[in-house]
Design a protein around this ligand. Structure first.
Ligand SMILES: *[C@@H]1O[C@H](CO)[C@@H](O)[C@H](O)[C@H]1NC(C)=O
Ligand SMILES: *[C@@H]1O[C@H](CO)[C@@H](O)[C@H](O)[C@H]1NC(C)=O
Ligand SMILES: *[C@@H]1O[C@H](CO)[C@@H](O)[C@H](O)[C@H]1NC(C)=O
Ligand SMILES: *[C@@H]1O[C@H](CO)[C@@H](O)[C@H](O)[C@H]1NC(C)=O
Length: 258
């Protein structure tokens, strides 16, 4: 559970302190604790941390994963191989903070560059407007995302068990650029170029089009799990958790370069 949510928790609660904190833990505010947590997370993910089930995420690699998806006229069998996503540790915290009196937090985090390499193969039929379209692809993936930015705000409310609960969550995300250089071996050069241009403009359009649904998707898929984790913690305990976790990861002394 923790591993599944840690990236989202990290993004969610981003708040940074540029000055190193040297007080004892009881003096560290929520915002500083989150900043310490994120900087420690950034340092540890090239190594991973087995005790927390935290896999190596910089780079994130998947050697092979097969899937088989069926839904109506869509029946697809395929697999991805040699996936490598780099850049997840290179985020910057542009701003972040927490207001004690309103219990509202805000954050602004950017991943300057993510690179996705690998390949996938799929075969089957794809249901479009009631018709099963045959599909067969064998694609080398070579994709780059620039300036992927998350800007968000949320308020801490009280959970049923007197712990914390996130309410009024508002997230926006922006992508400045998508560069696709994929290669589908079943297509000629012109079609591959066309597909890459399509992916580039579609990805940017998709980022804009999805904006109104981001909060709903987040509320449906991630908030319940995050609120379960928060339900029995008060702000002091959550702050201590971030500080302790940061210390554990810093002590692991990860020197792997991602
Ligand atoms: C995919 O799943 C379907 C339904 O579960 C099954 O009938 C089919 O044999 C599977 N195909 C492959 C290649 O695993
Ligand atoms: C990967 O998927 C493709 C398309 O379904 C299939 O032809 C190929 O045999 C699969 N490769 C492996 C190693 O399973
Ligand atoms: C916290 O929010 C209150 C109410 O909006 C505002 O008056 C106050 O200035 C804020 N505090 C800080 C430190 O921004
Ligand atoms: C938070 O919870 C702990 C453990 O129940 C308790 O000792 C502490 O007083 C609480 N802190 C606040 C600020 O409510």
């Amino acid at each position: 559970m923790f591993a599944k949510c840690s990236l989202f928790l990290a993004l969610l609660v981003a708040a940074a302190s540029s000055t190193p904190v040297t007080q004892d833990n009881t003096m560290i505010g929520y915002s500083d604790a989150v900043g310490m947590f994120l900087h420690a997370w950034q340092k540890i993910i090239p190594c991973g941390f087995a005790a927390d089930d935290l896999p190596v995420l910089a780079p994130l690699t998947v050697d092979f994963y097969a899937f088989n998806y069926s839904n109506g006229n869509t029946n697809i069998v395929g697999n991805v191989s040699n996936i490598r996503i780099s850049g997840l540790n290179n985020f910057q915290i542009l701003s972040g903070g927490y207001n004690d009196s309103t219990q509202r937090a805000f954050f602004d985090v950017i991943f300057p560059q993510l690179q996705i390499l690998g390949s996938y193969e799929i075969e089957g039929t794809f249901g479009v407007g009631g018709f099963p379209l045959p599909i067969k692809q064998s694609v080398l993936i070579n994709k780059k995302l620039t300036d992927w930015r998350f800007i968000g705000e949320y308020t801490f409310a009280q959970s049923n068990s007197n712990g914390l609960r996130i309410s009024d969550f508002d997230l926006k995300y922006l992508v400045a650029g998508v560069k696709a250089d994929n290669w589908n071996k079943y297509m000629d050069v012109a079609t591959n170029n066309f597909m890459n241009e399509f992916i580039e403009s579609f990805s940017l359009l998709f980022a804009e089009e999805i904006q109104p649904y981001v909060n709903t998707l987040f509320a449906t898929y991630y908030l319940p799990a995050i609120n379960d984790l928060l339900a029995n913690l008060n702000l002091t305990q959550l702050t201590e958790f971030f500080v302790m976790q940061a210390e554990m990861w810093n002590n692991a002394d990860c020197h792997v370069k991602a």
